[in-house]
Design a protein around this ligand. Structure first.
Ligand code: GLC
Length: 632
């Protein structure tokens, strides 16, 4: 858990910088009106302006480069870019496009009264349509259980308001524990809340959340004189009341983000931007309100995130290189390098962006970079992260120190690395994606979130996806036991725990991130099961959870190999536990709604992979050229 508090590392967040940034944002902004770009092409499909668009065409948007008191424009004050912009060239263009537009002040939409009314009507109609589609069906078919009723009450109590509008949910509402930063809105924690609200037809809170976090993206952020990239989304934010300059006893509300500068270990929230993109697509798909993603500021937000993720580095792999603790597991757990969780979310966010980026001269090169990365990433993961009985046997017989382009053991993995638990544990049928891959290093632990999102986003082949679920079913006691779902399997113990976690007392074996069980993973398991046509498996897990969650007061996590105890330092009334339970239930009642998050296999991307794998210039690019394990 991240927390503000005593730190050995001095943090230089200039208070006045924050204040300035707060002043860039109107203290109580309105986001009612989408600044749509009209008819457009997304991923080859033509979209026209929808009902909301007709209102938006008459909306005046105020866009101006922001300047601070010293007259320094935001592009310089907020940017970390040092090099000159190069003329021409694809990559150069992306940078110019994104950096140029980043100087733009967040859109402040001015609506004249009749337009506001018209828009309000349109929004109400839209909400009614969604209610009709989702909630009404639910209400007609079944009554909420007592646990569901309680969960809804708790979820509503967790809602955070900013200037009179709901903008998110706190991480936990545990009256008995010190708040630390659990009273903040975490980006990753809000996703299941958002899903529950969307499935209930309550869309406004999600829209507000998306737009407010977008504004925080361009906040000035500094850790020890260093500013992380512009596209970074915060891990969390808090609504604070600050005195209004010169006015006695008067306060205004401001949003105060944490980009990791206060977090324990100063971990970078790499997953936040990826979750934001994933949620943005889901919002569009369920509401049919695509004007949100068409907005200029939203398009810039997507591009800033992609720019950060796609920027050139020293990498030899298409996977994203990150520091330890950069995702849900936000402490040292030996997941630095190329952890699966980040790769699966990255792949999913790229696929979402590919659908949402408005095609124009400015975005064409970015889209091409997205496509190339998707192709390379799916090949890399399917080929090198996959293990099953057959593959482990291959690794067991690997030759090492192969110096050549066509080495079998490309990463120089020493067979001695195969852990003894795996030899007995891996079943004849079934397999999974390993946790991490680096030179001479395979982390054979099973990480649930990464494997589940690899299924949801079609990062795996359909057969691999089936095999992962088969494995989870096969090893039910290990993954579910008395509470779904194990965050990773197995736990690090003894010497490994000492060396890899740095003797972390919170991450002792079978607790918290080290083999603890997290009920919030249930909604992601449900999505994966529904996608693979196996809702009964999800239902079985939900039934297990329902037996205990309410009695146990909705804990954050459970301990022990079969999740028998409530976690040692677990919060109670943890919002993503509550929301994850509700979202799972609603998804099982409306399985077609899973498609707001899922993706099907995309043959175009796979063909791209076949082409780049075939070195021969005259070789024909075709699906047949693909190795079977990459395709099925
Ligand atoms: C813990 C979790 C993190 C979560 C946060 C708030 O730190 O590790 O993933 O976002 O709590 O619930």
């Amino acid at each position: 858990m991240t927390a503000t508090g005593s730190m050995e590392i001095a943090v230089a967040v200039r208070p006045f910088g924050r204040l300035l940034a707060a002043q860039i944002l109107p203290s109580c902004p309105r986001f009612r009106a989408p600044a749509a770009v009209g008819a457009f092409l997304v991923h080859g499909r033509r979209f026209s302006k929808r009902t909301v668009g007709s209102a938006s065409s008459r909306i005046r948007a105020a866009v101006a480069p922001a300047k601070d008191e010293a007259g320094i424009s935001d592009s310089r004050r907020l940017s970390t870019a040092t090099g000159p912009l190069q003329p021409g060239g694809d990559r150069a263009f992306e940078r110019i496009f994104v950096q140029g537009l980043a100087a733009v002040k967040p859109l402040v939409i001015e609506l004249v009264e009749p337009e506001r009314e018209l828009l309000a009507e349109v929004m109400v109609e839209k909400e009614e349509e969604i209610l009709e589609r989702v909630v009404v069906k639910d209400a007609k078919e079944r009554k909420e259980t007592a646990d569901e009723k309680e969960a809804w009450r708790l979820l509503k109590d967790a809602v955070v308001s900013y200037c009179g509008s709901a903008v998110g949910t706190v991480a936990a509402n545990d009256p008995a524990a010190e708040a630390l930063n659990y009273d903040q809105v975490f980006i990753r924690d809000f996703v299941p809340s958002a899903l529950a609200f969307l499935l209930k037809g309550e869309t406004e809170i999600v829209r507000n959340f998306l737009l407010h976090t977008l504004q925080l993206q361009s906040w000035e952020k500094t850790v020890d004189c260093y500013s992380p990239g512009q596209g970074l989304m915060p891990a969390s934010f808090k609504v604070r009341s600050v005195p209004i300059d010169g006015r006695k006893d008067e306060v205004k509300e401001v949003l105060d983000p944490d980009f990791g500068e206060s977090a324990i270990g100063r971990v970078a929230p790499v997953d936040s931007g990826l979750w934001w993109i994933i949620l943005l697509r889901a919002y569009g798909k369920i509401t049919g309100d695509y004007t949100l993603q068409e907005r200029v500021d939203v398009q810039i937000g997507i591009q800033l995130i992609l720019n950060l993720c796609l920027s050139d580095g020293f990498d030899m792999f298409p996977t994203l290189l990150v520091a330890d603790g950069s995702c849900m597991i936000d402490r040292r757990m030996g997941i630095h390098g190329h952890p699966l969780e980040i790769q699966a979310l990255f792949y999913c966010a790229l696929r979402c962006s590919r659908e949402m980026i408005v095609i124009n001269d400015g975005s064409r090169s970015l889209l091409s970079a997205v496509n190339k990365r998707l192709t390379a990433l799916s090949f890399h993961i399917r080929e090198y992260y996959w293990v099953d009985m057959k593959k482990i046997n291959e690794i067991y017989r690997y030759k090492t120190e192969e110096y050549s382009q066509d080495a079998t053991n490309k990463f120089n993995i020493y067979p001695e690395q195969i852990p003894s638990w795996l030899v007995d544990w891996i079943p004849e049928k079934g397999g999974y994606l390993i946790g991490n891959l680096q030179p001479a290093h395979m982390d054979f632990r099973f990480f649930s979130l990464g494997n589940l999102w690899a299924i949801i986003s079609s990062l795996t082949t359909p057969r691999q996806a089936e095999d992962i679920l088969n494995l989870m079913e096969n090893k039910w006691e290990d993954f579910v036991g008395t509470m779904p779902l194990k965050i990773c399997y197995p736990a690090l113990e003894n010497e490994e725990w000492r060396i890899i976690t740095g003797s972390d007392p919170k991450n002792t074996p079978w607790s918290y991130h080290n083999g603890g069980s997290w009920p919030t993973l249930l909604w992601q398991f449900t999505l994966a099961c529904i996608k693979m046509g196996r809702p009964e498996l999800a239902r079985k897990a939900v039934d297990v959870a329902e037996k205990r969650l309410s009695d146990d007061q909705w804990p954050e996590y459970y301990d022990t190999p079969t999740a028998r105890f409530i976690g040692k330092q677990s919060r109670l009334y943890q919002t993503w536990t509550i929301a994850g339970f509700l979202a799972s239930k609603l998804l099982l009642q409306n399985p077609e709604m899973a498609s707001i998050f899922t993706f099907e296999e995309d043959m175009e991307l796979l063909e791209g992979c076949a082409c780049s794998l075939m070195n021969h210039p005259r070789a024909k690019c075709s699906r047949r050229a693909l190795k079977p394990q990459v395709l099925i």
